[in-house]
Structures are given as structure tokens and as C-alpha cells.
Ligand binder design. Structure first.
Ligand SMILES: C[S@@+](CC[C@H](N)C(=O)[O-])C[C@H]1O[C@@H](n2cnc3c(N)ncnc32)[C@H](O)[C@@H]1O
Length: 527
């Protein structure tokens, strides 16, 4: 790429450079599953609308932080090319270090203001802008839409996430109280600490702890207790955090010749989750998808949206036929698959109970293809399973399997997807199906563990490694060491680091075996 954009003045004094809050308090890099271009492409795939081939796509991420999100994508799609820009020099430098450590060559990161993205960047098939739109001033928001309009290829798709109303309104109340309390504090960490302390004070001294206000404050305290301090600082204490109603966001697209394509969370685009009476009223009062989604946001009290946009000169139809289901890859949703205590029978019964009405449940219990479909997804986890492989699995276990049964399986997968029980995918990432003689963890995960406890997996989600031994051994699970060699490396840690002596008792061969099996189950090991 020709670098003709204006770079941020790096001759600023240290204090001035550190004026960027993301330089002072960097965001921890994460993989956001819904931003993976194969997840984005699932929406036009389901609607049977042309979309750029993910394997050879050109991708831009605006406000990419330290680039962790696209680094993991670049690793999974080696023939696609990725560009990330961010205004924080500290984060971009960290990302560039990860690029040089991993040697991943289809990704470039630039320290650059998104206001400076111009035609020298070329066009992109996918533009990702996650966690930025609500958090910047209005002229920058306009520029984001302008970039999507000017830099998207003909069938290109942009992803923009933002805090949504009405749900975020309640959280902005908490944000206002926190900001009020820390308004005279200058030091960032003290600000974060004090803002949490103030919320705890409110929570502990509520006039009526059981009214709706009390319940909300307690729920928010619980939510924040699981959040990192940099998230709390940037989400609750920074100057910009503007939430929007879906209809406001849609209105802002028109002047940029963009239109709404869909939401990455496909099941939220339909009203099947609601009781029949609600569905009927929603259908009556909504004459198009925009109205329907807005009313559903009211009912769900939605607080965050991940919307997809495309050029508005394209004809869009949003009908979903069974055809795409015969071409996709599938996994059980993580909730079901990651609970190791569940058996396929438990999952089957849980799905029956939660999705189908009683009369359907009885009928489906007698149809073996249904149970076998679930079983095949369960057994293949963490692999993505192609429709044809599901059919072969079911066929091998069912008498008189016919073409009609394939249609039944496609229809079942459609129902399960609409009810958020399975995930659809468009490709097969490199995921190990067993712990091999020389196990290999993803290159990106091995680089990430240098500076954080959570690592990206091949599903493009995060895995927290709480155990110190696990974090220390991960870089060595590189496809070059056998189990015995890994074990002796672990023994070496104890000799090198006296602080580990106390924990030595918690370290033995069975533990290493368990680590490897966790890494396998969580989709961190690659084939
Ligand atoms: C909340 S963080 C989100 C980071 C990342 N996308 C994620 O979701 O993990 C917002 C990011 O936008 C970047 N940003 C904000 N304004 C920007 C601008 N005008 N130009 C470039 N980057 C900007 C910040 O530096 C920060 O890294």
C-alpha cells in the first residue's frame, strides 16, 4: 500500500503523546468472534446475496487496538490480506511486535488517525469497526461511515458495532454517577478505582435495595466485578460514549449511500423467540425489517448491536431457504459444547425441551436422524462439520437413509440456527482433533501469552489461562516437543524460578496431560 496519509506527529513530548487515553491505558487485544469475516459473510450467505470470497479478501480494521483481532484472522486465512489502523502508538507498537514474533505476513498495522484514511489505502472487501463508533466524537463517526462508503468494494460489507438504546440508557446512568464522582481526579488508575468504590457505596446504601433501581445497581456491580479495569476506564469514564437507537443509526446511513444488510447475531433478526401472540403483533406493526428490529430492541432492552452495511445500490432479499444449509459447516454453540459434564443425550433433550413444543418433542424423539445430527456435532467438537459429513455420519447410523432425510437435516439445522443452538461457518479452520505426538498450539496464542492471560483460539474466541504452569508451558507447545520433553521443560521452570517452588506440588504429569486436553477442547491446538 502507498503510504500517503498524514501520520500522527511523533515528535510530541511524552506527556502530549500520552494524551491518548489508549496509550496510557491500552486495551487488551481480543478476538471478537462476531467480527471474523467468515461470520460476517454468513449473513449474505444465508440470504443468498453475493459476497466477497473470504479466503482472498482484502480487509481493513478501523480502531484495531493492538491488532489481536485481525492477527488471529490473518493466521486463519493466509491468502486474505489485512490492514489495521489505530490512533494509539503504544497499541500499534505492541501489535507490530506480535507480527514480527509470529512472522504472519498477510497483515500490516499502521499508527494513523482514521480521519486520514484516503484513496491511497485502496478498496476493501470487508471493513471492521468494532467498539469504536459510540466512543468517538460525531465528526469521527461521520468519517467512519464515509470510509465504508468510499473504500468498500462493489459487494463489500462493513461491520460497525455500537452501544444501543434503550438498553444502554440504564448503563449511562451508572456512567454519569461514576464520572461525577471522579471529576476532579487526574490519575487514571485512581479514577477507575474510585468510580468502582462509588458504585459499591451506592449499592451498599440503597434506600430500597429490592426495587428495580436496587436490582439494576446490584446487577451492574456484578457485571463490573467480572470486567477488566481498562474496560471500565474506557467504557464508563471516557468523554465519549454515545448510544443510539437502531433507527437513528439506520437514518445516518442514507447520506453515505449505505444500507443495512443484517446483524451478525442472525437469530436476533427474527421474532421466533417471542410467544405467538407477540410475533403476530410485531408482524402487524412492522412493515419492514428496520421497524421489526427496532421494536424487538425495545422488547429485548438491547444494549449493543453489531450491524452489517453494504452499498445502497444493491438489491437485497432476506429470505432464508434451505439451500445454504446444505453448503455450510456447523458447530454446537459453545454453551452446549464446552460443558464437559453434558452428554449428547443431555444436549438432545435440552434442545428438544427448549426449542420445540410438547407435541413436536414427542414426534422428534422418535426420529433418529435428529439425535444423530446432534451427536455428530458433539463428537466432532471443536471441529467445524460440513453438512455432507453430518449426512454421512447420520447415514452410517440410520436404516434406509434417503435424499428426503438430507432435506430434513437441513431443515433441522435451520431451526437450530434460528434458535441460537448451533453456529454456522463458511470454512474449516486448522483445528486439531487429538493431542498429537508433538502437540502444537496456535502461533497467535503463543505470542499473546507473553503479555496477557487470555489467548485467541481457532474459533476466534478467547480462552482464559488461569493456571501459571499452563501459561508458562504454552510457548513450548509448538509442534516440536513431545509430551516427555514438555514435561522436562516444566521441571526446568522450577529450578530457574524459586518463586515457583511453593507451587511445585501442583505440577505433575497428569496436570500436563489435563492442560493439553483443555487446549484441545478449547480449539487452541492446531493440526
Ligand atoms: C474501545 S477501543 C476498541 C479496540 C478494538 N477495536 C477492540 O474492540 O478490542 C477503541 C479504539 O479506537 C481507537 N481510536 C479512537 N479514535 C480513533 C481515531 N480517530 N483514529 C484511529 N483510532 C482511533 C482507540 O485508539 C482504540 O484503540
Amino acid at each position: 500500500m502507498k503510504k500517503r496519509y498524514r501520520v500522527i506527529d511523533t515528535t510530541d513530548s511524552h506527556e502530549q503523546k500520552m494524551d491518548n487515553p489508549y496509550d496510557r491505558i491500552p486495551y487488551l487485544g481480543r478476538s471478537h468472534q462476531q467480527t471474523h469475516i467468515e461470520k460476517i459473510a454468513c449473513i449474505p450467505f444465508l440470504f443468498d446475496i453475493p459476497f466477497p470470497d473470504v479466503h482472498h479478501a482484502r480487509v481493513l480494521e478501523l480502531g484495531c487496538g493492538d491488532g489481536s483481532n485481525i492477527l488471529n484472522m490473518a493466521y486463519s486465512l493466509p491468502n486474505a490480506t489485512f490492514v489495521g489502523i489505530d490512533g494509539s502508538e503504544v497499541q500499534i507498537t505492541r501489535g507490530q511486535e506480535s507480527i514480527s514474533i509470529t512472522g504472519i505476513s498477510n497483515l500490516e498495522l499502521f499508527h494513523c488517525d482514521l480521519l486520514d484514511v484516503d484513496s491511497s489505502f485502496g478498496t476493501f472487501d470487508y471493513i471492521i469497526c468494532h467498539g469504536v463508533y459510540s466512543w468517538v466524537p460525531s465528526h469521527v463517526r461521520k468519517t467512519i461511515l464515509q470510509i465504508c462508503s468510499q473504500r468498500l468494494s462493489t459487494n463489500g460489507i462493513a461491520y460497525i458495532s455500537y452501544n444501543a438504546l434503550p438498553g444502554w440508557r440504564m448503563y449511562s446512568m451508572v456512567r454519569e454517577m461514576m464520572r461525577y464522582h471522579v471529576r476532579h481526579i487526574r490519575e487514571d488508575h485512581k479514577k477507575t478505582e474510585q468510580s468502582i468504590a462509588m458504585l459499591q457505596f451506592v449499592g451498599q446504601h440503597l434506600v430500597d435495595p429490592v426495587d428495580s433501581y436496587g436490582a439494576f445497581i446490584r446487577e451492574t456491580m456484578e457485571h463490573l466485578s467480572h470486567s477488566t479495569s481498562e474496560y471500565i476506564f474506557h467504557e464508563y469514564l471516557e468523554e465519549n460514549n454515545q448510544a443510539f437507537y437502531f433507527h437513528e443509526f439506520i437514518d445516518s446511513l442514507e447520506e453515505h449511500n449505505l444500507q443495512y444488510l443484517g446483524n451478525t447475531d442472525f437469530n436476533t433478526m427474527n421474532n421466533l423467540h417471542f410467544p405467538e401472540e407477540t410475533q403476530n403483533i410485531l408482524d402487524e406493526i412492522s412493515n419492514n425489517i428496520h421497524n421489526l428490529e427496532q421494536y424487538m430492541d425495545f422488547l429485548r432492552c438491547r444494549r449493543f448491536r453489531c450491524d452489517l452495511l453494504t452499498h445502497n445500490n444493491r438489491e437485497l432479499a432476506r429470505e432464508v431457504t434451505l439451500n445454504p444449509f446444505t453448503k455450510g459447516y456447523f458447530t454446537l454453540s459453545a454453551f452446549h459444547a464446552q460443558d464437559e459434564n453434558l452428554t449428547p443425550k443431555d444436549i438432545f433433550e435440552d434442545i428438544l425441551e427448549n426449542i420445540f413444543i410438547e407435541s413436536q418433542q414427542k414426534a422428534l424423539k422418535d426420529i433418529p436422524i435428529f439425535a444423530h445430527t446432534i451427536q455428530s456435532l458433539f463428537e466432532h467438537w471443536p471441529q467445524y462439520v460440513h453438512f455432507d459429513d453430518i449426512c454421512s455420519y447420520v447415514q452410517n447410523r440410520t436404516m434406509d437413509f434417503s435424499q428426503g432425510d438430507k432435506v430434513e437435516i437441513a431443515a433441522l439445522l435451520q431451526t437450530l440456527l434460528l434458535r441460537n443452538t448451533i453456529d454456522l461457518h463458511l470454512f474449516q479452520p486448522k483445528i486439531a482433533t487429538e493431542v498429537s505426538h508433538r502437540p502444537c498450539a496456535s502461533l497467535v496464542a503463543r505470542a499473546q501469552i507473553r503479555y496477557q492471560f487470555s489467548i485467541s483460539n481457532q474459533h476466534h474466541t478467547m480462552v482464559a489461562l488461569k493456571d501459571i504452569w499452563m501459561r508458562k508451558i504454552l510457548p513450548y507447545i509448538d509442534g516440536k516437543h513431545t509430551f516427555e520433553e514438555l514435561f522436562s521443560i516444566m521441571q526446568g521452570f522450577v529450578h530457574e524460578d524459586p518463586s515457583l517452588h511453593e507451587q511445585e506440588a501442583s505440577f505433575h504429569k497428569a496436570k500436563l496431560r489435563e492442560f493439553l486436553s483443555i487446549l484441545l477442547q478449547k480449539g487452541v491446538l492446531v493440526s
